[in-house]
Design a protein around this ligand. Sequence first.
Ligand SMILES: NC(=O)c1ccc[n+]([C@@H]2O[C@H](COP(=O)([O-])OP(=O)(O)OC[C@H]3O[C@@H](n4cnc5c(N)ncnc54)[C@H](O)[C@@H]3O)[C@@H](O)[C@H]2O)c1
Length: 323
Amino acid sequence: MQRYTYTGPVDHTATFDPKKVAGKSVCFTGGSNGIGEVCVREFVAAGAYVAFGDLDTKQGEALRDELNRDGDRCAFIQCDVRDWDQQKALFELAKAKSPNKSVDIVCANAGISRSSGDSLWVLDDPNGEPIKPKLNIVDVNMIGTMYTFKLAVHYFRQQPQDEAHDRCFIITGSLVSFIDSPGNWEYTATKEGLRGFMRTVRRNSHEQGIRITYIAPGFVKSAIRTAEYEAWLTSRGVQFAEPADAAKCMLRISTDRTINGRLFAIVPRAHVKEGYVDVDREDFKEGKAEDDYFRETQALQLRIIEDKWLDNEGVRDSGLLKK
Ligand SMILES: NC(=O)c1ccc[n+]([C@@H]2O[C@H](COP(=O)([O-])OP(=O)(O)OC[C@H]3O[C@@H](n4cnc5c(N)ncnc54)[C@H](O)[C@@H]3O)[C@@H](O)[C@H]2O)c1
């Protein structure tokens, strides 16, 4: 695999064959409802073996039973992404049950929104004690995704790098990593943080043959918000993107090994007919004077930080770092 270099946006209008994921082992967190559920269905329909984990066992087991009616195509396990051991069990399941005993494509999709309560937004009584925030959104969206990534790397490295296998990591982020969403503090911090995570990881991921991408849904119809809230948003002019287009984007990424280090928005079809598009804002480009300083600083970072993501390398110690 080549190191990440900017070669322009991915052409979202290009046709592709979803069936290229046939036989691959795919692992999803948060697969029981919403975007994750549609993805599980679409990846199974394309012939992949899907292992998915979710807190919601009732929906998860029902989905698994429905998809397995004509054979063993997917596996479900109860999994809280905040729990390392439960996530490890999900990866073990994916490896044990998939045709090649592998884990090829991993999507860190489980996430919760501020409808579950933003603990930074809460104002305490200024005359009382300050209340320690719970930061559950950080635990699920950020720490959960980092656990998923750490496990994905471990299992990716157990298998050969060949045509039959892949090492593809996809993060379900959010468009709030670009657009200010007032009152959405904890959630925005996690999704913007994951965007930064994708950008830094893409600089070394090739050293382990791993590709990493981020998808940023805007408003997508799902169980993340109530039907009443969805109707209210529609009445205020919100156009929803399709969860099927999030799945299509993930299939596109999964079937094209040249896609690495890119960020795709999932948008209403009225905006882009394919329902997804390469945002193309993650690189500083030639010919834009206001980008010059950032582009040069980026180039400098790549020159001065020589750490390689290889066995026995660790973080490079030039002897100049303060102990
Ligand atoms: N729907 C949107 O408009 C929208 C917009 C931007 C980003 N997203 C992101 O898309 C992803 C999927 O969201 P969705 O809209 O499909 O929501 P959803 O609520 O419909 O589905 C999320 C799934 O994650 C599961 N989940 C929640 N906490 C979990 C945990 N601790 N461990 C394991 N599973 C857990 C839920 O049970 C549910 O099945 C999330 O990361 C979300 O932030 C959604």
